[in-house]
Design a protein around this ligand. Structure first.
Ligand SMILES: [Zn+2]
Length: 320
């Protein structure tokens, strides 16, 4: 129904808590992009892509993440140093449609050194995984506004991430042919580790009392697709979308209908909206992390956060 407001308008309209999340992206260091002699200089647009590049690149690569820890990456704005990092990189790994500022910089500066991971696996339509009975047409349209109608949160399906790892390995091998076989071998190990995780999820979520997850932004479409869950996103594909009063009421109704015991919120955005709905329907809140970025100083990685998410999902959904 509505058009997507500009980031500036969103910032002005956002709550203080949301604005803090979006603005912390400015804390930068000029980085040590050139301080790794002998290594392939790779720039990754946000954490999951950094993780893939490091897993597949091993000690042959030096990876710089454009999104800093603790910052919500959807809204990343690039400073001159970060644009310089893109210019200096041998390979830039990004996901077209996820971060408009990165898309723009890559288009202007990236040349043929870029790799768009959305070309590695077909992306789901923005509405996939959100459809559920009782949702009205207006809310569906709201979900489809971002990323050209595609849902960018592909890393939350481990099997799709494994395929991305293999394609990133190919791309690194093109940039660094002497070590191409090493990249391929590491991608195979990465796939095997992700397969283990996938099996844990499939087993853990096999028999559950409920399959609906009420999440703060609609980041879990691929997780829902892979493990047969149903995502009820309070907001759309970007966390800055402010839910309308009507949407809040719809979500509360659905949460009650499905007897949701837990309303999920995220690490990098304010829990306020989730708390409001939880209070209204008498549910708890818990963190379900979309792994868009890590907290500053965190010793977690993709695997450990995915396993924490599973440990939270199982009791929330009444899985046996
Ligand atoms: Zn997101």
């Amino acid at each position: 129904m509505r058009t997507r407001p500009t980031p500036r308008a969103l910032l002005a309209a956002a709550t203080a808590a949301l604005a803090v999340g979006a603005l912390t992206a400015c804390g930068d260091d000029a980085s040590d992009a050139n301080a790794a002699p002998g290594k392939l200089n790779v720039v990754a647009a946000f954490y999951p892509l950094q993780f893939v590049a490091e897993k597949v690149g091993g000690d042959a690569v030096h990876v710089t993440n454009l999104a800093k820890p603790g910052a919500e990456p959807h809204d990343l704005e690039l400073n001159a140093d970060q644009v310089a990092q893109i210019v200096d990189a041998k390979v830039v790994v990004y996901l077209k449609g996820f971060q408009p500022a990165v898309d723009e910089a890559v288009e202007q500066q990236g040349g043929d050194r870029t790799f768009d991971v959305s070309t590695a696996v077909p992306l789901l339509d923005a509405s996939a995984g959100h459809e559920h009975e009782g949702e009205e047409a207006g809310a569906e349209e709201e979900h489809e506004e971002a990323a050209g109608g595609k849902d960018p949160h592909v890393w939350l399906d481990p099997t799709r991430l494994a395929t991305i790892g293999e394609k990133v390995a190919e791309r690194l091998g093109q940039a660094d042919p002497d070590r191409a076989a090493d990249y391929t071998a590491r991608a195979a190990t990465f796939r095997s580790d992700l397969d283990t995780l996938d099996k844990e999820y499939a087993a853990g979520l096999k028999t559950c009392a409920r399959r609906e997850i009420v999440t703060s932004h609609s980041a879990f479409g691929y997780l829902a697709d892979r493990y047969d869950l149903e995502q009820i996103g309070i907001t759309g594909l970007t966390p800055e979308d402010e839910p309308s009063a009507q949407r809040l009421a719809e979500v509360a109704t659905e949460a009650r209908e499905h007897k949701a015991t837990t309303i999920f919120f995220e690490t990098l955005v304010s829990p306020k909206v989730a708390e409001t709905i939880a209070g209204e329907v008498g549910a708890k809140t818990a963190v379900l992390d979309p792994i868009e970025g890590l907290q500053p100083g965190s010793s977690d990685d993709y695997f450990s956060v995915m396993r924490k998410n599973l440990a939270v999902l199982k009791p929330a959904l009444g899985c046996t």
